[in-house]
Design a binder for this molecule. Structure first.
Ligand code: SF4
Length: 193
């Protein structure tokens, strides 16, 4: 993929007070595969999303990198956004330059360098992205626990207590694992078995 657009968010001053956004935007234009880079005050806003849609159409973008907050916050927002512009929603990558950069680095020069590195990595990944189609499979509400040691037994009990049918598999004739071989256990001196 050789036509990637990069959208760098200022998030008001959340990012812009620490990261030199204009410098990062200028540098992002020179990253291999990038044909368009721009900055927005609030990329998740209607205006910010409209700018992404417009750029996708104007520059015939094949993939999008949004450098902003955590994907947990807005990945679905931007997936929907690029889908609205006709791109497969999975041709999106986010570079987290807020939680993992501006919020944790007081040094502006360091934060700016790191923001660009995060964007370069996101672009590199985007170049290898392929369109995906969501599919669904039926799930059997049962669990298989392999290993009948203490951890396996406890896991089986916990899952069972949560209301699921559990099958516990052990290759030896008895369960209990190493614990069953112990005579006494500290500090209660209970027998292992
Ligand atoms: S996309 Fe994220 S970083 Fe940008 S304005 Fe919205 S919340 Fe802030």
């Amino acid at each position: 993929m050789e036509r990637i657009g990069v959208f760098i968010c200022r998030c008001g001053t959340n990012i812009a007070a620490v990261v030199d956004v204009p410098a990062v935007t200028a540098a992002a234009k020179n990253v291999p595969g990038v044909v368009h880079a721009d900055e927005n005050a609030y990329t998740c806003s209607e205006t910010g999303q409209a700018a992404i849609v417009k750029a996708i159409k104007t520059h015939n973008l094949e993939g999008v990198v949004v450098a902003s907050c955590s994907p947990r916050m807005h990945e679905s927002t931007f997936r929907e956004c690029i889908k609205g512009a006709g791109l497969n929603p999975y041709l999106l990558e986010m570079a987290n330059i807020r939680e993992q950069c501006s919020w944790v680095h007081p040094d502006k020069a360091v934060a700016t360098r790191k923001a660009l590195k995060l964007i370069e990595m996101a672009v590199a990944k985007t170049r290898k992205l392929e369109p995906l189609t969501p599919s669904s499979v039926s799930v059997s509400r049962q669990a298989l626990v392999i290993g009948g040691g203490i951890a396996g037994i406890q896991a089986a009990l916990d899952i069972s207590a949560a209301g699921y049918k559990v099958t516990l598999v052990e290759r030896l004739p008895t369960i209990g694992g190493k614990m069953a071989q112990l005579d006494k256990t500290f500090p209660t001196l209970d027998c292992g078995a």
